[in-house]
Design a protein around this ligand. Structure first.
Ligand SMILES: [Zn+2]
Length: 396
């Protein structure tokens, strides 16, 4: 048996007046995805536990069959793993943003989406000046970096995501509680180091925002996950352009497959993802294909590109796989779902359960004929909770 999960990040939505009360999934022309729903069993899946934030990390852990309440420790350690950092038992990893402050206000949580080349030089300087045997800064992509501290007090420090305090005075949102002193000192010193850094002088001259502060948040220790192979008995791989999703895969012992031209944006190489998935299935039994584009469109409130992203997933990924999978195997299962909704109206993630369809090629389906939010609710699978999905998908 071969198992294929196709995940359209943030694909689910709310009815829109611009679409005559329909959702992008209902409007998109997607014959292949609808075929999965028509021939398969359908339901809705709760991917975000009650008390947790609807992040892609939490949601994808759920979809992959791991209870986030038990296993999620923070974004920092997942990104650390995706950067190849080998976190030790006594180390805590933070996501560390390069940000722009203006008159002590959070002007930009991304320092103007600083390019990786500029960011690398800044992080290298910070690490040279502030790094010790127990404090290390690691350079990531754009504004997204990692700070690792070997100190047990730091795990419980209260930290706030910088994208939640745009244009606000930062003082009430600085790290608080146990261990915060270490962070506050690093942040203060970063300001002095970055203030007149040649890279920032150049950025200001070019009319770009300077990266004049660091902001550590979402810290945790390395989660201890049983491998996917041990848990579900199949060897698997993951395809994603997003560090956070790759990190989750690595933590589970899934092989990360590189796809040239996979960008995590509207222009991603959809066909390449399908090609690599099929190739991977020649010697592995499970593939998880993550596509970021519909989520980006949701955040941008871009209806047209959200529909287009769904249609691209339909034609270039689901269609291609349905066309070619028979050459590879006689028995297969395909599931299609989002990790969480990213509704156009709210421009951010929500916790609503998501539609899911599971197609097994030699089994009968239920009565649902289309893949969308209202149709899925009428499916035979009913409401599934978190890790139930993967158990059902692989163990039946
Ligand atoms: Zn997501």
């Amino acid at each position: 048996m071969k198992y294929i999960v196709i995940l359209g990040d943030g694909m689910a939505d709310y009815p829109l007046t611009e679409l005559n009360g329909k959702t992008p999934l209902q409007i998109a022309n997607k014959p292949n995805i609808d075929y999965i729903a028509l021939k398969g069993r359908n339901g809705i899946l709760r991917t975000i536990p009650d008390k947790m934030q609807p992040g892609s990390d939490v949601a994808n852990l759920s979809v992959l069959g791991y209870d986030p309440i038990k296993y999620y420790t923070g974004r920092g350690p997942i990104e650390a793993v995706s950067l190849g950092i080998n976190l030790r038992e006594n180390e805590t990893a933070f996501r560390c943003n390069l940000v722009t402050l203006e008159s002590n206000k959070m002007k930009d949580y991304s320092a103007g989406h600083i390019d990786s080349e500029d960011a690398k030089k800044l992080i290298e300087t910070i690490n040279k000046e502030l790094g010790t045997h127990s404090i290390k800064f690691y350079n990531g992509i754009s504004y997204r970096h990692v700070l690792v501290i070997a100190n047990n007090a730091i795990e419980k420090t209260e930290c706030i995501p910088p994208h939640d305090i745009t244009d606000q005075n930062i003082d009430p949102y600085l790290p608080r509680g146990e261990g915060s002193k270490i962070l506050l000192e690093l942040m203060k010193k970063s300001q002095e180091i970055l203030k007149n850094h040649p890279i920032n002088n150049k950025r200001t001259r070019e009319g770009k925002k300077p990266a004049n502060f660091i902001w550590p948040w979402s810290q945790g220790k390395k989660p201890k996950l049983q491998s996917f192979k041990e848990k579900f008995g199949v060897e698997g791989a993951i395809i994603s352009a997003v560090d956070l999703i790759r990190g989750i895969g690595l933590l589970m012992g899934l092989k990360v497959i590189q796809v040239p031209g996979a960008t995590g944006y509207y222009n991603t190489n959809y066909t390449g993802k399908a090609e690599q998935a099929l190739k991977t299935l020649e010697n592995k039994d499970f593939i998880y294909i993550h596509v970021e584009a519909p989520d980006e469109a949701g955040h941008a409130a871009d209806i047209e590109n959200k529909i287009k992203a769904i249609e691209n997933i339909d034609e270039k990924i689901v269609g291609k796989i349905l066309n070619e999978i028979n050459e590879l195997t006689e028995n297969y299962k395909i599931a299609i779902l989002p990790d969480h909704p990213t509704p156009i109206k709210v421009k951010t993630h929500t916790k609503d359960p998501v539609p899911v369809a599971i197609y097994t090629n030699n089994e009968k389906g239920d009565k649902v004929t289309k893949f969308d939010e209202p149709s899925a609710k009428k499916g035979a699978l009913g409401l599934l909770e978190g890790e139930q999905f993967m158990n059902l998908f692989i163990k039946n």
